[in-house]
Design a binder for this molecule. Structure first.
Ligand code: GLC
Length: 475
């Protein structure tokens, strides 16, 4: 075996997630979830944020609502018409977030967002009188950790996924947004704030049952595997021990028994009790603005997979294992030297390349990184890519299985089947991600039987439809 092959094999071994690790991960997830539901004392623990969303849609909801969605690279504004028969119509505008706004001031970001809502409303809706009653109701999907004390308010805990606007941390995001909308005279009322996972859960619950054959079990989890990763599920109010007593009392008086919890599972195992921690993971964490937080996300989601590979390639180059035509780091192509330049989309192309001598990979690397490679190097890079994505997909099974075991979902009925709504570029487009995740799910405590009873379905436009469904609650 060549030195390069041996080094690649070593990484593949180091990145493999065993059945034992998966099961330890599930146990730890349940323990940390319980601790997070009991109190917010442990700042590095699982946030388990109560969302004040208490009803899961049935599919019969109707109405026209506005939704806005900020959570990654784009800001979307949409108008959603719920037809009341599990179907909906959606018109949307998609606006890329200028990179400098991701680390500027809160005012700059939200005045930009308000201006995009303004142009959407002007384009798609007839002018409205701006008295309170006739304003459009808007559900806002804001996909960052936010603590909520009601459906239409929430304080930003910290930024994730590359955003870094310190003056907004600790602020109520709804009032900041509403303030800018009012300043620009946009006739819109922000009536609900929701995480994208909550939107995904609600939208999947609304849509499921529309297909022939009907509903495939209750929708229990909304999950995102995209730029970031996270999940939400309905939890019994009695188990959310940190809810203030007066809130519990008034909910119970209304007959409410459950509340959707935003787990923020990106922050699962920040203390690295079970998660693998290679030197490449350490290097990636050091580049982020939320160091020490969201350690699970940094091993699983799309924003990080390419950067992990880039770190390995730099290390292999330094060891003289690859790209020997470049004598030093400074001589490497600029893009390979630059953090975050290697996109997970490139990995997804290399993952399934079966062309002879990996010609497709050769082209991809040339186009995206300006990097010429030999066949031996490409084979090595493909194996590394597969080790990284397999580790991500295997780890992704842990919180899903954790929630299924914790809620005893499969035991709540005969032949119980469970539906999970998912969204995000990785789960939707990364080749084999869902299949690998299912392989890993079968190895967890839910076993083959649980895995077979689990339906994982894409909740298309989950954030938009979900926010509209929240707006309906808040209206
Ligand atoms: C990050 C955010 C979380 C969001 C997830 C997916 O983990 O903290 O709120 O749900 O990304 O977008």
């Amino acid at each position: 075996m060549t030195e390069l092959k041996a080094a690649v094999a070593e990484i593949a071994e180091q990145f493999a997630v065993s059945q034992e690790k998966l099961q330890q991960g599930v146990d730890l997830f349940i323990e940390l979830a319980d601790r997070g539901l009991a109190s917010d004392e442990d700042v590095h623990g699982l946030p388990m944020i109560p969302t004040y969303v208490n009803t899961i849609p049935t599919g019969s909801e109707r109405g026209i609502y506005l939704a806005a969605d900020l959570g990654g690279t784009n800001f979307r504004v949409c108008s959603v018409t719920l037809a009341g028969d599990h179907t909906f119509k959606l018109v949307q505008s998609k606006n890329p977030i200028p990179v400098d706004l991701m680390s500027g001031s809160g005012e700059e970001l939200f005045s930009y967002l308000a201006s995009k809502v303004a142009s959407f409303v002007t384009e798609h809706h007839e002018a409205k009188e701006t008295d309170e009653k006739s304003k459009f109701k808007l559900g806002f999907t804001f996909s960052f950790p936010v603590t909520q004390s009601s459906l239409n308010s929430g304080t930003l805990l910290r930024w994730t996924k590359g955003f870094d606007i310190p003056d907004l941390v600790g602020k109520d995001i709804v009032s900041v947004f509403q303030g800018q909308l009012d300043k620009q005279n946009v006739p819109v009322d922000v009536v609900a704030l929701a995480n994208d996972t909550v939107g995904t859960l609600l939208s999947r619950a609304y849509s499921s049952g529309a297909v022939a054959g009907g509903k495939q079990g209750d929708t229990l989890i909304g999950a995102i595997f995209g730029t970031g990763t996270n999940g939400a599920y309905p939890e019994d109010i009695d188990n959310i021990k940190k809810l203030p007593a007066d809130v519990v009392k008034s909910l119970k008086a209304k007959g409410v028994t459950q509340m959707v919890v935003n787990t923020e599972w990106g922050s699962f195992d920040n203390k690295l009790q079970v998660l693998p921690n290679s030197k490449y993971d350490v290097a990636v964490d050091a580049l982020t603005s939320n160091k020490g937080y969201h350690m699970f996300e940094k091993r699983v989601s799309g924003m990080f997979l390419g950067e992990i590979l880039r770190q390995i390639l730099i290390d292999f180059h330094q060891k003289g294992l690859i790209l020997r035509q470049y004598p030093t780091f400074d001589k490497l192509p600029h893009r390979l030297r630059t953090p975050w330049e290697l996109d997970s989309e490139v990995l997804s192309l290399m993952e399934i390349d079966d062309s002879s001598s990996l010609k497709a990979t050769e082209l991809t690397l040339k186009q995206n990184l300006r990097l010429p490679t030999t066949e031996e190097e490409r084979l090595a890079i493909q194996d590394l890519t597969r080790a990284i994505s397999k580790r991500a997909a295997y780890l992704a099974a842990i919180p899903l299985a954790g929630i299924l075991v914790k809620t005893g979902a499969f035991e709540k009925g005969v032949h119980k089947e469970i539906d999970v709504g998912v969204d995000g570029s990785v789960v939707e487009f990364y080749p084999g991600f869902r299949a690998m995740m299912r392989d890993a799910l079968a190895l967890t405590q839910i076993g083959d039987k649980g895995e077979r009873r689990l339906h994982i379905n894409i909740a298309k436009d989950g954030s938009g439809v979900g926010a509209a469904l929240c707006a309906l609650d808040g209206a």
